[in-house]
Design a protein around this ligand. Sequence first.
Ligand SMILES: Cc1cc2nc3c(=O)[nH]c(=O)nc-3n(C[C@H](O)[C@H](O)[C@H](O)COP(=O)(O)O)c2cc1C
Length: 179
Amino acid sequence: MKLLAFAGSSSKQSINKKLATYAAGLFENAETEILDLNDYELPLFSVDKEKLIGQPPIAKQFYEKIEQADILVISVAEHNAGMTAAFKNIYDWASRQKKLVFDNTPLLLMSTSPGGYGGRNSLEAAQLSLKRYGGNIRATFSLPSFNENFDVAANKISNPELDAELKSIIRNFDYGKET
Ligand SMILES: Cc1cc2nc3c(=O)[nH]c(=O)nc-3n(C[C@H](O)[C@H](O)[C@H](O)COP(=O)(O)O)c2cc1C
C-alpha cells in the first residue's frame, strides 16, 4: 500500500510537514513517500504564463505521484485564513492537465498552525476545493497550538488526547478506493 504525504507549504521548516510525516508513520503496512513542494516549484500560474510555457512536466509529475498512491496524507498550512500560494500554485498548474488532480484517492486532510485554531480556516478552504477536484476526503484532523502540542525533538504529538484522537482516526481510516 503506497502512501504519499506532503504539506501544503513550501517552508523548509514546515510544521505541517512534520505533522504529515508523523501521521504517515502511524499507518501500518504502508510504503511511505514524503513529498516536498519545493521540488514542485513553478512560476505563478496565469493563463498568459501557460500560453508562454505550455504544460510543465513538473505539474504532471505532481499528479502522477498522487495517481500512484493508495492513500494521501496532506496537511495544509494557513496563510491569511486560506491555503498557501505554494500549494494553490502547483494545484492550479496540475488541474490544467488533469481536472481530478487528487484522483479520488482516499485522503486524510489535516492542518496545524501555532495558533489555537490550528489552521482550520485553511483546512475548510481545502475541503471545499479539493472535493471538487478528486479529493476523496475520508477524515480530517487539526492540531491547534503546534508548539505546545507537538514535540519536535521526538517527532510526535505530545498532547495525549490529541495524539489519541489522531491515532483513532488512522486506525479507523477507510482506504478502500471507490470506483
Ligand atoms: C503570510 C502569513 C500568513 C499567516 N496567516 C495565518 C493565519 O491566517 N492563521 C494562522 O493560524 N496562522 C497564520 N500564519 C502562521 C502560520 O500558520 C505559520 O507560519 C505556520 O508555521 C505555517 O505552516 P508551515 O510551517 O507548515 O508552513 C501565517 C503566516 C504567514 C507567513
